[in-house]
Design a binder for this molecule. Structure first.
Ligand code: PLP
Length: 428
């Protein structure tokens, strides 16, 4: 494939945008080479600036669950745009999408819309701190909750020591309030709670991790977390920015039949426009300004175009009772096909999948947390990524990302992909 124009556009972008991109993982640093510049997209396909067609397994990192340029979403945005693009005043559509979201997701009474998943998680933690009047939080290594300061923390040496920042600009003062646990390790969480009795406001978790590749919760981990949180008066926050409106209508709460105290959304809820949201029962949400003392705000929050896109998307997902089954079946088909061709070519690997989230790790060890995810052979991944790209299949340019399956994928696209994996696996 020819990427001449993409490479030229990247060189031009690098002069005026740091690293040529507005979000780091787009820069191909994990796999080498220069990023592909998209010209347009429709359904399951991306069309780049050099005229290549790529089957898309990123789908804007999750939002495009029904495919690109999905007609009802596009129509809703176009119609709304004609009537003004931002008012900073209440609009009826905000209540309409809120009512729909509250009806689809279990265990929430009220929802507040923001502009990104980062804002949703950041605001959820502030709300949890305000509600519990405690300062510390527990997060899990390998889980990503956006780029707000409290989440950019890596482990100290001992399980109960304070975290240390992993980005310049995050202060020690902030880092000391974020405690880090290993995913799927309930004993580790218990130790942290024990060492910080009555100081922990919340535990925030991706109920299916998607930011170290796909890592499912194991051995009743989420249930055990729920019990611990209830016993210790700690709020359990499900970061459903990836899983919300993807794994089921009601997200991971519905799939696993576990109630969180606060739920964060992003990606699908905005239909491809910049939207995040956080939601909880009345008792918690009523602490938010202007009702309560916990401040949270946004000039463009509830923006009419974003709400129109989100409402159109949620309406489609709510009305199509089969969509989540179809997505799971397509993903299972891909899983089976890829497993078969990798095994035929003796490529050591582990595939994790939940619903329409799937990832291929190049190591035989079961991937259950960040440590085991990091064991994957990155050289093999790089070859796999570039090999697939050359065949016209676009997966995330990092071994620590999940593939997002879209309903726009036809079985012929899945077969094409499996065939591409077969060709590439001979070179690994
Ligand atoms: N939470 C999770 C689970 C995510 O995957 C992401 C982004 O990928 C975020 C939060 C942050 O969302 P955003 O990039 O919209 O700020």
């Amino acid at each position: 494939m020819n990427y001449t124009r993409s490479s030229a556009l990247f060189a031009q972008a690098e002069k005026v945008i740091p690293g040529g991109v507005n979000s780091p993982v787009r820069a191909f640093k994990g796999v080498g080479g220069t990023p592909i510049f998209v010209k347009e997209a429709k359904g399951a396909y991306l069309y780049d600036e050099d005229g290549n067609r790529l089957i898309d397994y990123i789908n804007s990192w999750g939002p495009m669950i029904l495919g690109h340029a999905y007609q009802p979403v596009v129509d809703a945005v176009v119609e709304k745009a004609k009537k003004g693009t931002s008012f900073g005043m209440p609009t009826e559509i905000e209540t309409q999408i809120a009512e729909l979201a509250v009806s689809m997701v279990p265990n929430i009474d009220k929802i507040r819309f923001v502009n990104s998943g980062t804002e949703a998680c950041m605001s959820a933690v502030r709300l949890a701190r305000g509600f519990t009047k405690r300062d510390k939080i527990i997060k899990f290594a390998g889980c990503y909750h956006g780029h707000s300061d409290s989440f950019l923390i890596q482990a100290g040496s001992g399980a109960s020591t304070f975290g240390t920042p992993n980005s310049p600009g995050v202060t020690q003062g902030t880092a000391k309030d974020t405690l880090l646990a290993a995913y799927n390790d309930i004993e580790n969480v218990k130790q942290l709670i024990e060492a910080n009795k009555k100081e922990i406001a919340c535990i925030i978790i991706e109920p299916v991790a998607g930011n170290m590749g796909c890592v499912p919760p194991q051995n009743d981990f989420l249930n055990k977390l729920r019990t611990l949180c209830t016993e210790e008066n700690i709020l359990l926050i499900f970061d459903e920015v990836m899983t919300g409106f993807r794994l089921a209508k009601g997200g991971a709460q519905e799939l696993f039949n576990i109630n969180a105290d606060i739920v964060c959304f992003g990606k699908v809820i905005g239909g491809g426009l910049p939207v995040g949201a956080f939601a909880a029962r009345n008792e918690i949400m009523n602490e938010l300004a202007p009702l309560g003392p916990v401040y949270q705000a946004g000039t463009l929050s509830g923006n009419p175009l974003a709400m129109a896109a989100g409402l159109a998307m949620l309406t489609e997902l709510n009305n199509d009772v089969e969509v989540f089954n179809r997505l799971t079946e397509k993903t299972a088909y891909l899983h089976k096909g890829i497993t078969q061709v990798l095994n035929e070519n003796k490529v050591v690997h582990t595939i994790n999948r939940v619903g329409s989230m799937i990832s291929v790790h190049f190591d035989a060890t079961p991937v259950v947390d960040f440590k085991t995810a990091a064991k994957g052979n990155n050289d093999t991944f790089k070859k796999f990524f570039h090999g697939l790209l050359n065949e016209g299949v676009y997966i995330a340019p990092s071994a620590f990302e999940t593939w997002f399956i879209t309903d726009a994928l036809a079985y012929s696209d899945l077969d094409f992909t499996i065939e591409a994996v077969k060709k590439v696996s001979k070179t690994l």
